[in-house]
Design a binder for this molecule. Structure first.
Ligand SMILES: [Zn+2]
Length: 84
């Protein structure tokens, strides 16, 4: 991954990373060209294609990340499908 310096547009070096959450990490950058030191935030956006190794495990992990209210709503919808 290449991060361009926001001051001079040269490629900067990532000196270290600091996780902010399960899906967000701060990248501490150092521009060797102009000396600018700055932080970029890298974050997960969305899945384009679920992993093929185990879709049921991926789905379970995804559901576990939902709020309790969203889990209840999903469970209600699934139970509604079972009774049809
Ligand atoms: Zn720079």
């Amino acid at each position: 991954m290449k991060i361009k310096c926001t001051e001079c547009q040269h490629v900067s070096r990532i000196t270290h990373t600091k996780p902010q959450s399960e899906s967000t990490t701060d990248l501490y950058c150092d521009c060797g060209h102009c000396g600018h030191r700055f932080v970029f935030t890298l974050s997960f956006s969305h899945t384009v294609q679920p992993p093929t190794f185990d879709e049921s495990r991926w789905l379970l992990n995804t559901v576990r990340k939902l709020s309790d209210d969203d889990k209840k709503e999903l469970l209600g919808e699934l139970l509604g499908e079972l009774t049809k």
